[in-house]
Design a protein around this ligand. Structure first.
Ligand SMILES: [Zn+2]
Ligand SMILES: [Zn+2]
Length: 228
């Protein structure tokens, strides 16, 4: 019955699942959707890493990051990594509304939504900014001119984790006074938090009262893959 139903659905909606190629009414089928590594366990509200009782973790207490909070929809594990990789490197822009909608279910109101900017070189090479596409899908106005990259940096994925902070230091500029505003910064994946930390520091220096990271997927240090 279920198979028949999915065939009928496929006939009417004509969709196939991005992951398993089975019939799907959305970008992915119900079975693959159920496999998504949604983050439902208690996390540190500031960095979105594991925290047994959902309290601010020891690392954030000892060395507070420039951002105030992090909201992540998924763990960066299969099949979430496959979806993000396809959006980021293979131009599968149809995945952005789906990934953005997962994030949209978890976020709260802010004054201003800022996607992590790409350098003009990278934007030219890729043709789009995946963070802008995800932010658009959240369905609220985004502001593209609040934060810009002042210089081209090596892609974080090409660097050892320890070098990523230095790579992005001073790489962003906020050209607008953000006096007392609360800002959400949208990115596809958060790994060390170096890029998001640098952006948050830049936005705070421009007067932002609160900066929250909105990321589709969070990498957990114990299983950080080499290609994030
Ligand atoms: Zn599927
Ligand atoms: Zn933390």
């Amino acid at each position: 019955m279920r198979l028949l139903l999915s065939r009928v659905t496929s006939f009417f909606f004509g969709g196939s699942c991005f992951l398993c190629r089975g019939a799907a009414r959305a970008v992915i089928c119900g079975d693959c959707d159920a496999e998504l590594p949604r983050l439902t366990q208690p996390l540190c509200p500031r960095c979105a890493l594991a925290s047994p009782r959902g309290e601010t973790c020891g690392r954030c207490l000892a060395d507070p990051p420039p951002y105030d909070a992090t909201i992540a929809a998924l763990a960066y594990e299969f099949p979430a990594d496959a979806l993000i990789h396809a959006l980021k490197f293979r131009g599968e822009l149809a995945l952005a509304p789906f990934l953005g909608s997962l994030l949209a279910q978890k976020v709260e109101d802010v004054d201003c939504i800022v996607p992590v900017p790409l350098s003009s070189e990278r934007l030219r090479e890729r043709g789009y900014n995946q963070s802008v596409e995800i932010a658009r899908a959240i369905g609220r106005p985004i502001e593209l001119d609040v934060c810009v990259r002042t210089r081209h940096t090596a892609a974080q994925i090409e660097l050892p984790l320890a070098d990523r902070g230095r790579n992005v230091r001073g790489a962003f500029l906020c050209a607008r006074a953000l006096d007392g505003r609360s800002v959400a910064v949208v990115d596809d994946v958060m790994t060390t938090g170096a890029t998001l930390g640098e952006i948050a520091a830049t936005l705070k220096a421009a007067g932002a009262a609160r900066v929250t990271n909105w990321v589709v997927a969070r990498t957990f240090p114990e299983n950080a893959p080499p290609d994030v």
